[in-house]
Design a protein. Structure first.
Length: 479
């Protein structure tokens, strides 16, 4: 499996100068901010997409924007590739390095610089974890909305790179909807500021371009993010259905009715059993699929909204409706959902996919996904953000069996193609990385890809930044 996706060949001139490069970086950074010994480099050879790994040339751990700029200026001068890295939670291989690359990891840049409640904004360094932003403003009645399952560990810099979402993105949007500005170091070491505390900035929307750039346009070192006032109340409700198809149809009808809950999360029977065994959240085990629907507002508002949702669910054969009765119960419900990936890892190796489909196609795609998995002789646990059609099938396999691993990867590629063919796209929040790179031509024409690569090359003409990712290796513009 480790050879199924190719990387660019290491640059021979860079590899020949490895010792000198490490020595030069040691002049730019203090000893605790540079990793170069093979054993110490091993934690950086992969990210959460663990099927692939490459040992980097060195790892820089800068503490400031100035140190990032110094490393970038040096690498640009000598044509050394750079792979940006946050916490390494990428599920698409976005932070996997290569042998001729310097990894620039922002984990030491973890300060919250400013909390501005008057403007409802926070300025943070790129290494601050997602959850820490909300924890810093919780006592004042605010929170940061995007909440990926890895929010305890993932950094805001990585979230910006992949345009991460989370369970509550249905109402509040993904990272791009909650990002106001960034400080970014370009490939040649130039430092630029985009956006600010206002809701809009003059000129081209370069901030929109940067969010989701997967580390190919520069390295974000600071971010200005929106803070949102906590709602008066919030209430998650469990809806159990006999089948996944009925649950999927219910989701489509809820959204079509004009109701926008704060979250609609989906689990099929295997996922329910896995998460319940781990979290003891009180999920019903006698159903084929489960929806976690959370509404928020005043008690009266939540009652009205839930009545309408229950009426819709009944039209789709709902068999269980269980309202949360306490804050402790609500926390358990969400613990089960957010533990899904880790809980699944307790019972099997898995690949987590990330396709997005129109809600009208949700039931159809779930059916076809089951057929694909069955044809390959595998198992799947479906758990995903149903409200915006962002599917996360967890394909279970044995990583020690090369044939089983190959089947899992082939099934995953078929599922992603299915999502595109159903009118969706290859990724909702995990990014393209290396995982989906060779499927880009399934979604985009050559003309589409040419224009995207032209934008990328405007920022990085030498393709030094995360060079093996996102775009197919064949047919790239000349470097």
């Amino acid at each position: 499996m480790s050879d199924a996706i190719s990387f660019l060949a290491p640059r021979a001139d860079v590899m020949a100068r490895r010792r000198q490069i490490v020595a030069d970086l040691a002049d730019l950074l203090p000893p605790e901010c540079l990793v170069s010994e093979p054993r110490e480099l091993m934690p950086f050879e992969t990210d959460a997409f663990v099927s692939y790994r490459r040992m980097p040339l060195a790892v820089a751990l800068p503490r400031s924007t100035a140190e990032v700029a110094a490393v970038m200026k040096y690498c640009h001068r000598y044509g050394i590739p750079v792979v940006p890295r946050g916490a390494g939670t990428s599920l698409s291989g976005g932070a996997i390095p290569q042998e001729d690359a310097v990894v620039v990891c922002v984990s030491k840049m973890n300060r919250i610089i400013e909390i501005d409640l008057f403007n409802r904004a926070a300025v943070v360094e790129a290494g601050v974890t997602n959850l820490n932003i909300s924890e810093a403003v919780s006592a004042d009645g605010f929170f940061y909305a995007p909440d990926p399952s890895s929010q305890l560990a993932c950094t805001i810099g990585g979230n910006i790179g992949m345009n991460s979402g989370g369970a509550h993105c249905l109402k509040y949007g993904v990272t791009t909807n909650n990002l106001l500005g960034v400080k970014m170091v370009l490939v040649d070491g130039t430092i630029i500021d985009l956006g600010g505390k206002g809701l809009d900035a003059g000129g081209y929307d370069l901030l929109g371009l940067v969010c989701g750039h997967e580390g190919q346009l520069g390295i974000v070192t600071e971010a200005t993010v929106r803070l949102i006032a906590k709602p008066e109340g919030a209430r998650p409700v469990l809806f159990g259905f006999p089948t996944s198809e009925e649950a999927g149809s219910c989701v489509a009808d809820i959204i079509a009715s004009g109701i926008i809950p704060v979250a609609i999360e989906f689990m099929d029977k295997p996922a329910i059993e896995i998460c319940e065994a781990f979290a003891k959240a009180g999920y019903p085990l006698d159903v084929g699929a489960l929806l976690i629907v959370e509404v928020e507002g005043s008690e009266a508002e939540m009652d009205v909204m839930l009545k309408d949702i229950v009426d819709i669910a009944r039209r789709h054969g709902v068999s269980t409706v269980r309202e949360c009765q306490s804050a402790t119960e609500a926390a358990l419900i969400w613990k089960g959902r957010k533990s899904a990936f880790g809980a699944t890892g307790r019972i099997a190796d898995y690949i987590c996919m990330d396709g997005t489909v129109p809600l009208s196609q949700l039931s159809y795609v779930l059916n076809k996904t089951s057929e694909i998995i069955e044809r390959h002789g595998l198992r799947v646990a479906n758990v995903f953000h149903a409200g915006d059609g962002n599917m996360h099938p967890l394909i279970l396999f044995n990583a020690n069996d090369p044939e089983d691993a190959a089947r899992a990867e082939a099934a995953g590629m078929e599922i992603l193609k299915l999502c595109v063919d159903a009118g969706g796209c290859l990724t909702g929040e995990h990014g393209v990385g290396i995982e989906k790179r060779d499927l880009m031509r399934h979604q985009y024409s050559d003309a589409d890809l040419f224009q995207q690569m032209a934008v990328r090359a405007a920022f990085d003409p030498g393709w030094l930044l995360n060079p093996s990712k996102v775009f197919p290796l064949e047919g790239r513009q000349p470097q």
